[in-house]
Design a protein around this ligand. Structure first.
Ligand SMILES: [Zn+2]
Length: 211
């Protein structure tokens, strides 16, 4: 038995997000979509559909260009604020923010002190992750890696991507295999993946902060 929370980053994407939503609906699964601001303003209807179907919408930066730890403070703050504005009424009440990890790196590139201070002022909730099957690099092989990763921890928060790599063709099969193995898919987040909740730190952030 294990629990699994799913998140879909880097959308919305017209060729992919509707298919992901269909697969999740078939399996009666809800998740979170961490959207890129500049894509959201072009494809807002997709996020509206996700929201209407019970999924949560979070901020995944405006341009997804550089991790906040490698960006100057004003640029990082603007990346966050513009995306919050674009999400508007679709934003989850805990103001979910997923930092850009440039390939999924949970390290000192992730955030800067100035960015964290801004996130605290804005009462944001920082959502990191604990399972990363690299679906974008291995569109067919990610399912096996994902199953291996979630089998060895009691509750995983997985990052997948609603991007046109072909990987999401396997989403329905993956969800079937999770169910076959006794996995329980849930929408809420494991506490260890939330280093900040509503602007309050829940764990030291040093390991994610640029020096
Ligand atoms: Zn991303």
């Amino acid at each position: 038995m294990f629990d699994l929370t799913l998140s879909f980053d880097n959308g919305p994407t017209p060729e992919v997000t509707p298919h992901v939503l269909d697969a999740l609906a078939r399996r009666d699964v809800t998740s979170t979509f961490f959207v890129i601001g500049e894509k959201l303003v072009q494809h807002r209807a997709l996020a509206e559909r996700a929201h209407a179907e019970g999924h949560w919408i979070g901020n995944h930066t405006w341009s997804h260009s550089r991790p906040f730890g490698l960006m100057d403070a004003d640029a990082a703050i603007s990346e966050f604020d513009r995306t919050q504005q674009a999400i508007g009424s679709l934003m989850h009440r805990h103001r979910l923010f997923r930092p850009y990890g440039q390939g999924g790196n949970l390290d000192k590139r992730l955030l800067s002190r100035a960015a964290v201070e801004h996130l605290a002022r804005e009462k944001a909730t920082i959502v990191v992750w604990s399972a990363l099957p690299h679906d974008w690099q291995d569109p067919d092989g990610w399912v096996e890696r994902a199953l291996d990763q979630i089998a060895v921890q009691p509750w995983s928060l997985m990052v997948l991507h609603d991007l046109p790599t072909g990987a999401m063709r396997h989403l329905d099969r993956f969800l079937g295999l999770v169910a076959d193995r006794g996995g329980r898919v849930r929408q809420d987040f494991p506490p260890d993946c939330l280093p900040m909740i509503d602007g309050r730190l829940t764990q030291p952030l040093e390991r994610y902060l640029a020096d």
